[in-house]
Ligand binder design. Structure first.
Ligand SMILES: Nc1ncnc2c1ncn2[C@@H]1O[C@H](COP(=O)(O)OP(=O)(O)OP(=O)(O)O)[C@@H](O)[C@H]1O
Ligand SMILES: [Mg+2]
Length: 251
């Protein structure tokens, strides 16, 4: 789960997806590999993802790296004297994937955020080789952010499984025309248009999400690879296939 920016609804959509998968009889676990701003008093991403999951897992699998300051992760890690290691995140993901049929992994910030020397979130996404869902925070400027993000996802050899138009700005002018502009340019299905709400309800959003496409995607991976490892996008062959198919397609 990635987004055009921080605060665009990744956690809302991740929690809604978890609920949608659970409603279809699947075991589903949320993961937030790196969290910052965890000392802010509000219910954090990790707590929300845990509440929306229908399997229990140790905190270190759900959230391997957690930093209190609400700042960029590589700076938070540097201040804490911690080096964020992609291998540790991969191990946590594999452990989680052994507990649940679907793991929804929420990134941090946008698609390409530094995590430390030689590591960023785009590399993290590529190392996990998962299909990507893009949440577009619908506001002025989002077309550029959304199209650049779709390009970056393709450039990393990842599959854009779908995107969500989240109306975070209730006063956006020409909102529908903006959604249409993205529909014409992003070669992946629009999974939902989420209306602005005073208090967003992940249960309601779950019922609005077009998850059939994602279910077909997962089923295809499972059939292709014959086990749950493939469903969770863990096999090298899945990654290779994603890279090949992404190279053939424009965004
Ligand atoms: N459609 C919406 N209508 C109203 N408020 C929304 C909507 N979508 C998200 N929000 C609110 O915007 C805030 C940010 O949403 P959310 O936490 O899901 O974003 P995020 O992309 O996960 O942010 P972060 O980068 O901090 O992880 C939350 O307070 C959430 O309730
Ligand atoms: Mg979040």
């Amino acid at each position: 789960m990635t987004g055009t920016d921080t605060g665009v609804g990744k956690t809302l959509v991740a929690c809604s997806l978890l609920r949608a998968f659970a409603a279809r009889g699947m075991t589903a676990a949320g993961m937030k590999p790196v969290a910052t701003g965890t000392a802010h008093g509000t219910t954090g991403d990790v707590e929300q993802l845990v509440a929306a999951s229908n399997v229990t897992a140790p905190r270190e699998e759900v959230n391997p790296y957690s930093f209190a300051p609400p700042i960029a992760p590589h700076i938070a890690a540097q201040q804490a004297g911690v080096r964020i290691e992609l291998e540790r995140i991969e191990r946590a993901f594999h452990a989680l994937a052994a507990r649940a049929q679907v793991v929804v992994v929420e990134g941090i910030g946008g698609f390409n955020v530094p995590l430390g020397p030689g590591a960023d979130t785009a590399q993290l996404a590529a190392s996990l080789a998962l299909p990507v869902v893009l949440v577009v925070g619908m506001r002025l400027g989002c077309l550029n952010h959304a199209l650049l993000t779709a390009e970056a996802i393709a450039a990393r050899g990842l599959e854009l499984a779908g995107w969500v138009a989240n109306h975070i700005d209730p006063d956006m002018v020409a909102a529908t025309e903006n959604v249409q502009a993205l529909e014409q340019r992003i070669r992946a299905p629009l999974l939902a248009r989420i209306a602005h709400a005073t208090i967003p309800d992940p249960g309601l959003v779950a019922s609005q999400l077009e998850v059939a496409h994602l279910m077909r995607l997962f089923a295809a991976k499972r059939d292709l690879h014959g086990d749950r490892r493939a469903l969770n996008g863990r096999g090298r062959s899945v990654r290779t296939r994603a890279i090949k198919s992404a190279r053939k397609r424009p965004i």
